[in-house]
Ligand binder design. Structure first.
Ligand code: AMP
Ligand code: MG
Length: 337
């Protein structure tokens, strides 16, 4: 009986080893999966033994279920309606990073900016008639220190406080898809969701991944893709924020989708775009938005305070565009070309 058991165990072990070897020997292909999510396009490339599109779609759905303000059943929408919610791990990770970037940026990045984003016409509600009084009354609802995590519940100091994850969710989705691909054994991958990127390893030609830095020229339709530079990486988490796509004019006033929570108004300065690399893509995403609020000088100061982030800012100066780089930004030759 015992000998039987030993044989059975040995046969099973041999089968497992055989399966592992066979799996490792199977040819790996580069797969390309693209589509639309969070109102933007995504492109995902990875080298794997099998097509992982179902798992990718599942990751994106989980992020939508946690953070979308257009999905009425998301954690975020339910929190905004003051329903009791035990938040998901995804929500928790994003909320924790968001609060940390809010601290780092002195409140320039702030998820509670939602009522202003909506009132200025960049959210899920129609644009309101904006007067100085209205801005002031909405500004009274803003403040990341007025929302707290208690266990797995979000507690607000005022029921009219609402959250917007639009400046961090795409970056987090890149992290989540990249983490899933890594768990599946992929070492070569590129995840691009609306311009936020995680890249690891090599492309199908065995070269470093090439990431385009978009020229910050007015492009409300989001169809022009002129590149300022191309950057090569084997491992990076990168996000870009800019005010050249999502804006409108009110008379001569240009209104862009980045709102300064401290003034209540859309930002107006000569910083055209902010590209940030960091230890995670959600952090890069939040930091890039914070840079757009702060303006070039303060943005570089904030980035240089971190021990993981770097930024490449494009500033408009008398019809010319100049680069402003933080200390840790490495890809300088590509910008000069
Ligand atoms: P991004 O393209 O990552 O810079 O995100 C811009 C989006 O973030 C806007 O469309 C708003 O939904 C939201 N947002 C605007 N201003 C802020 C801010 N100061 N802090 C956090 N989110 C913001
Ligand atoms: Mg952002």
């Amino acid at each position: 009986m015992n000998r039987h058991r030993t044989w059975l165990a040995l046969t099973m072990a041999a089968l497992c080893v055989g399966l592992l070897v066979w799996n490792n020997d199977r040819p790996q292909h580069y797969y390309h999966h693209s589509g639309e999510v969070f109102g933007t396009l995504y492109n995902i490339r990875y080298q794997a033994h099998a097509n992982l599109s179902d798992s990718i779609r599942q990751c994106l759905k989980q992020v939508d279920d946690a953070l979308s303000m257009f999905n009425q059943n998301s954690d975020l929408s339910r929190i905004n309606r003051n329903e009791p919610v035990t938040v998901s791990t995804d929500f928790l990770r994003v909320f924790t990073e968001a609060q940390s970037v809010s601290d780092l940026s002195g409140g320039a990045f702030d998820m509670t900016v939602a009522p202003l984003v909506n009132a200025w016409g960049f959210g899920f509600e129609n644009k309101a008639q904006m007067t100085a009084e209205r801005v002031d009354s909405l500004r009274a609802l803003i403040g990341y220190r007025r929302i707290h995590l208690q266990g797995r519940q979000i507690v607000k100091d005022h029921p009219a406080i609402r959250l917007d994850a639009g400046a961090i969710a795409k970056g987090f989705a890149c992290d989540k898809v990249a983490e899933m691909l890594r768990r599946q054994g992929c070492t070569n991958l590129l995840v691009d969701i609306g311009g936020e990127v995680v890249a690891r390893g090599k492309n199908s030609k065995g070269e470093l991944w090439t990431i385009g830095l978009t020229k910050p020229i007015d492009d409300p339709t989001g169809t022009r893709q002129e590149l300022q530079a191309t950057l090569r990486y084997d491992s990076v988490c990168m996000a870009t924020s800019g005010n050249y796509r999502n804006f409108y004019y009110e008379g001569t006033e240009r209104r862009s989708h980045t709102i300064d929570p401290r003034t209540g108004y859309p930002v107006q300065h000569n910083l055209l775009s902010a590209t940030v690399t960091a230890s995670s893509c959600m952090r890069a995403d939040a930091l890039a938005t914070a840079c757009m609020v702060l303006g070039a000088e303060e943005a570089v100061r904030m980035i240089d305070q971190t021990d993981d982030a770097a930024c490449c800012l494009i500033v408009g100066e008398n019809d010319k565009q100049v680069f402003v780089l933080s200390k840790r930004w490495t890809h300088i030759e590509e910008l000069i070309k």
